[in-house]
Design a protein around this ligand. Structure first.
Ligand code: G3P
Length: 215
């Protein structure tokens, strides 16, 4: 199991790195736009801050050929980069081209099992189902992750599942139960997933009792 941070905000990245709980950072065009800085500068800063991190960077071109060129340029920044490609016909064609050339790919914006199957058959290293956006339209995001994982395992596919668009601590644990290999989270959820009132009460009791221990 791995947890990634779903943010390009350098303060978030720094605090998440200090927590010692992330193995990667995921970005997309909307996440990058929030930072108001050039795309590559954002990615390079994240790579510098966490040399052990896997960093996902998304292409924005429309055609498979242009996506491939963009991917090769981004991948040249570091071996830690994984290229995100949209789950469109062009994106999947680009994933097929890149998968044979040592560049790791994630097919993103996945909302159905058939989309995940197409991405896996094209050789994508990861698929990223958007759980919260399915839940938003009264569909079963966690159920989709379970179906994708079961299907990939049944067919011995190498493709791993990165659950994305995750909105609650409840979803995080259920996504791992459902078989997600990686769950990517906004910074706030990193904290929320380990909060428990009984831990706080237990710590307060330990502190109260400790002062009674004689020197
Ligand atoms: O990882 C994908 C994520 O950034 C999208 O999240 O909340 O916009 O659906 P959201």
């Amino acid at each position: 199991m791995k947890i990634y941070l779903d943010s390009a905000n350098l303060e978030d990245v720094s605090r998440a790195l200090e927590s010692g709980r992330i193995d990667g950072v995921t970005t997309n065009p909307s996440i990058i736009a929030r930072e108001g800085r050039p795309f590559k500068a954002c990615i390079e800063d994240i790579l510098r801050m966490g040399p052990h991190l896997t960093v996902l960077a998304e292409v924005v071109s429309k055609s498979a050929a242009a996506m491939e060129a963009e991917a090769r340029d981004l991948a040249s920044l570091s071996a830690a980069i994984v290229i995100k490609l949209p789950c469109t016909a062009e994106g999947i064609a680009a994933a097929r081209k890149l998968s044979g050339s040592g560049i790791r790919t994630t097919v993103t914006l996945v909302f159905s099992l058939n989309q995940a199957i197409a991405a896996a058959c094209a050789g994508a290293d990861f698929v990223a189902p958007f759980v919260g956006r399915l839940d938003d339209i009264d569909s079963d995001g966690i159920g989709l992750v379970r179906s994708i994982k079961e299907t990939l395992v049944a067919h011995s596919m190498k493709t791993q599942v990165i659950a994305a668009s995750v909105r609650s601590p409840f979803s995080v644990s259920r996504l791992f139960i459902a078989g997600a290999d990686i769950v990517t989270l906004p910074y706030k959820l990193l904290g929320q997933m380990i909060q428990h009132p009984l831990t706080d009460q237990g710590m307060a009791a330990f502190e109260r009792d400790w002062v009674k221990v004689p020197d």
